[in-house]
Design a binder for this molecule. Structure first.
Ligand SMILES: Nc1nc2c(ncn2[C@@H]2O[C@H](COP(=O)(O)OP(=O)(O)OP(=O)(O)O)[C@@H](O)[C@H]2O)c(=O)[nH]1
Length: 308
């Protein structure tokens, strides 16, 4: 048996615990704005909630009419605004250790005095670490839903969105369709031209798919050379037409691969959500349609037809 050292209690421990209890009470009830601000900010990693707390605490010391915050995190523009304008403005670029964490502007009808600006700066310097953490949290969340090669949403994002889409379709009785497309003979592309060219082709294919669909549609890479397109408010016939457009867009890709010009085709499977089915069943039907497209010659679209 291991020799576990006994815990030594010092004579001063009761006083230390009493002091800790007092400090905890003071920390909870403090009227000091910086302690309260940092305590409140530490309770959330949501950037939106942090900015609401910041606006609240800042406004208690330096009144303003509008607080506006803008930041681009990855591919996403994050904008937060409270209140209604004002001709006078002070603006801060929030930075820490060389990295930028957004621009915060305050507007109001009266000028900001030097003391007020100093107050704003003190409050922002106390808020910058939690804001940095919230920005990083958004970036990490985004990365976990993004395919690193093509920059489009990945399988995890697709699973989440399919789940949500099936619930929406069920609740509102509106059609949602799913297209799966799988590049044909992609192994041969890799074997003939190498993985670097294969990767390049996947990146071009992802970009072409995004160009071929509406901004309200979503494109995902959910496997090696497999992509999925979720089409809200789109029935079977329209989805088939989109799949054909996608097939033509992929066929039109030309990659200069040294001596030979490289072209590729894709097979597509389409399924429209059926009431009462799960997202997994919906996906399985689209996969079944894709399987048929592959086995009926490739470079074609097959629909898992439903009788309505
Ligand atoms: N370059 C590259 N290749 C990949 C990636 N992911 C998967 N692949 C390749 O994609 C190929 C898929 O091969 P298969 O599943 O046999 O399918 P296929 O050759 O496209 O044949 P069909 O789908 O039946 O038309 C494999 O060679 C994988 O190595 C990737 O990220 N980059």
């Amino acid at each position: 048996m291991k020799n576990i050292p006994s815990v030594q209690k010092s004579a001063s421990q009761p006083q230390k615990l009493a002091a800790l209890r007092q400090a905890h009470q003071d920390w909870n009830n403090t009227p000091d704005v910086l302690t309260r601000l940092t305590r409140r900010l530490s309770t959330t990693l949501s950037l939106e909630q942090q900015l609401a707390i910041l606006a609240d605490e800042l406004g208690s010391v330096v009144p303003f009419d509008t607080l506006n915050y803008r930041h681009r995190i990855g591919k996403q523009d994050f904008v937060y605004a409270t209140g209604m304008g004002g001709p006078h403005r002070c603006e801060y670029r929030l930075g820490l250790e060389g990295a930028n964490y957004g621009t915060l502007s305050l507007y109001r009808r009266q000028r900001f005095s030097d003391q007020e600006l100093e107050g704003v700066e003190m409050i922002l310097s106390a808020a910058i670490c939690p804001i940095r953490n919230a920005c990083r949290f958004i970036a990490i969340e985004q990365a976990s839903l993004t395919d690193s090669l093509t920059g489009i949403p990945n399988k995890r994002a697709m699973d989440d969105d399919l789940q949500r889409a099936s619930q929406l379709s069920e609740r509102h009785g509106q059609p949602y369709s799913l297209i799966l497309c799988d590049l044909d003979h992609f192994k041969t592309v890799n074997d003939t031209h190498g993985h670097v060219v294969g990767d390049h082709l996947l990146q071009i294919a992802a970009a072409e798919l995004e160009k071929a669909v509406r901004t309200s549609d979503s494109v995902y890479r959910f496997g090696g050379e497999e992509f999925a397109i979720l089409l809200p408010l789109t029935g079977e016939q329209d989805a088939r037409e989109v799949a054909e457009r996608i097939r033509e867009a992929i066929m039109a890709i030309q990659v200069d691969a040294g001596s030979k010009e490289l072209r590729v085709t894709t097979s597509c499977g389409v399924a429209t959500f059926l009431p009462k089915e799960t997202a997994q069943e919906w996906l399985a039907r689209a996969d079944e349609a894709l399987y048929r497209a592959k086995h009926q010659g490739r470079n074609c679209t097959r629909v898992f037809a439903t009788i309505s």
